[in-house]
Design a binder for this molecule. Sequence first.
Ligand SMILES: Nc1ncnc2c1ncn2[C@@H]1O[C@H](COP(=O)(O)OP(=O)(O)OP(=O)(O)O)[C@@H](O)[C@H]1O
Ligand SMILES: [Mg+2]
Length: 248
Amino acid sequence: MRIISVINYKGGTGKTSTVVHLAHGLALLGQKVLVVDLDPQGSVGYYLGLSPQNTVYNLLIDNTPYTQCIVHARPNLDVICANERLYPAELAMGQFRQKEKVLAERLGTVSGYDFIILDCAPSMNLLNQNALFFAREVILPVSMEYLSLVGVKQLLNNIKIMNRIFRRDVVVTKVVPTFFDKRQAKSKHVLESLTRVFPGLVSSPIHANVALSEAPGQRQTVFEYKPNAKSAEDYIKLSREVLDHDQA
Ligand SMILES: Nc1ncnc2c1ncn2[C@@H]1O[C@H](COP(=O)(O)OP(=O)(O)OP(=O)(O)O)[C@@H](O)[C@H]1O
Ligand SMILES: [Mg+2]
């Protein structure tokens, strides 16, 4: 089972869109996938049209068994949703012993999935530390803006620090260029910089595509809303690249 945090401290870089489409893409390719939303914005459940009874709040704070928090979203795709109740959860978790390990403890016995994919909020908070403690891999969506590169360096530093403190070996397996527009010189420059910083890790890009921004309004992924859209093609390609990633 591969456990992947999709994270970037910068907001609006396409994290949630990447989580939803990578998860659905992998599910369409026959993989069993569980998504865990760790962002109080709760966008994953909104995207997929879910109305959960229990959320990740109940899992983390009330110690509700994960089986009672999982909702079935699509064939091969299950989700543990989040909502705004997760904001105060941070405070409550701050009092726990081994507060960085709560998520790993609660989900430690999950089985039957090929992938667990975590959607992270754009900040370096306790929930994200929990995500980095539980995950073994990081996927980093980076929008084609010059300022994105600054956030990437901060995140890499934090992963190094977490690895040292907790004796972990979390690795960045993919850097995903998002909002790519080949007509813009900026897109090309940022992509070149990423390829220099992450040789061999940069995935094929996700193009800026209006269908992708419309799909959540229909509570659908782009594979359902406009399967012929460029972004549908891009995200299936990314799903294949992640699936093929050599784990050795
Ligand atoms: N490739 C794309 N083309 C066009 N619109 C996109 C693309 N990727 C994401 N969007 C849109 O941009 C907005 C931000 O995307 P998303 O929510 O995935 O980012 P995020 O990194 O999860 O944001 P946050 O930091 O707030 O969690 C959304 O409205 C989404 O539909
Ligand atoms: Mg998000």
